[in-house]
Design a protein around this ligand. Sequence first.
Ligand SMILES: Nc1ncnc2c1ncn2[C@@H]1O[C@H](COP(=O)(O)OP(=O)(O)OP(=O)(O)O)[C@@H](O)[C@H]1O
Length: 566
Amino acid sequence: MKEKRRVKELYHKPLIVHRNGKVFLIQDHDPYGHLAQKLTDFADMIKIPEGVSTFELSSYALWSAAAKGYNAKNLCSFLKDNACNTLDSTLESMILQNMRQYNSLKLFRHGKYLALQAVRPEIILEILKDKPLEKKVVKKINDCTLLFNASEKVELKKQLFKKEFFAIDSTNEMGKELDINLLNITRRGQEFKLRDYQIQAARAFLDNKDKAGGGGIVIMPPRSGKTFVGFEIIGNLKLNTLIITENHSSATSWKEEVLDKTDLAEESILLYNSNQQGLEPITITTYPYLSANSEAFEHLAAQEWGLIIYDDAHKLPAKKNMATADIPSKYKLALAATLARSDEQGTLVYALIGPKWYEILPQTLRGLGYLSNIDCAEVKVPLSEKAKEEYTYIEMNGNDHKALRKVAAENDKKKEALVHLIKPQKRTAIASYYKELAKQIGQDYQIDYVTGEINPKIRLNLVEKFNTEEINCLVFTLVGEQFNLQNLDVLIAISYQGGSAREEYLRLGKLMEVNKKGTNGWFFSIISTETLEESDYKGRRRSLINYGYRFKILELKDLEEGEIIS
Ligand SMILES: Nc1ncnc2c1ncn2[C@@H]1O[C@H](COP(=O)(O)OP(=O)(O)OP(=O)(O)O)[C@@H](O)[C@H]1O
């Protein structure tokens, strides 16, 4: 009895703060997720599975917090008030040290050079201890200032970041004025109003932007309206803007939205895909286009932008995209659903662009009714006799994993599960990594399919037909990832790009927007048991569980026995 009381007392508060900076949140103590949301102000969300969420007081998150106006003493008091353990003194000094970093280093132009100025000579001495940084120095002009070649900016920021130094980039240009206003009634004639959290996100950027050289990050889940946060910021800054997106489809959709929801004339908005074009006050382009066309890149980089919006900013740390961070602009906004990357370089965005000014968690938006609740299920089916024979043959003769994954993907038995899951009254999308499989399902069940082989115009037309509810079911491959499928009830995955957690999150993202009926979304993944596909899927399932989703495991007989989708 005494022991029980002791344990209860031990966990009578919501947080456990580890000396290495990990913060564990016991969700039972935070039923509405307010504390989890608060933690995003100064920590990075690592995972939020049911039960206990994990956050990390990383150096960049603490630097961001200091930039937002938090002080180390208040932050430590907050942690102490909410933690059931005693705060380790080494952690307290780590917090203090990291927060002191804010405003201690500045980058600015010095003639044709880049100057890095520290508030104390010891910081410069520390920097010079790092060989790669020391090698880049052109000249030391005094105890607190080093000069570098201007072309080294991105590399310099990258290396400073590696060593956990954060420099405020004050090299930014002025930009040109732009007369632009958001419309309350869109050009398509609909009422338009920003949601409260979108206004907060834009305010967080606008209020803080000048504290760290004009750059900053906003993190919001898929389908939460990051585009509109971007508009609110453009509408307030009223400066010429370059928008860089992940692909052509998303660039087109930015253009359509700017046209629909602002008073800017169509000729002032440009989809930039040829360096022969003149630039417009709002120019939209893509990372792949810029990385493949150095002339176009140079052309854009020679302008004085007022604002650059990096959409899907998790793409920025990719080697081929990183140079885009060097395009000069007065302000820079990075928009992302997550900074997670398989190479773990996502947080480099802090160094390249600036602090995290705002983050809202998916669970907060689900609680507010802006994102739908999604039921996830893994449907396990055995290999058919034919597939089993093929699978075993490959295993015994070279064990080619690519070939094994394909056999598992094309397992005939999956179709038995599929017929139970496609309901005429439910709006359903079927996702397949393998295009032949997508085509075959489409042909076997007379469902329209969107694959890379289909003419882009026809693809767009099929998506439009789906979104206007002329058709209720669609099969898509990787090319379909870029399209927004509206008012979806069910997503069924039938084949996979190995263990890609990103593909999993993008697929799930298609169900996140609340459907017209306000019912839960259903996400089914059909998996061939005792194959590589099954082991790949474990990691994918884990990644969604870490975002707070719950999984049911179903077998064929469960589908045969009863109605799974209500
Ligand atoms: N303020 C709003 N008013 C009306 N609809 C909204 C609003 N905000 C978001 N939406 C809806 O959410 C959808 C998603 O918006 P948007 O494409 O900007 O999200 P996103 O966060 O960029 O998503 P993704 O990460 O998938 O690109 C919009 O098409 C719209 O239907």
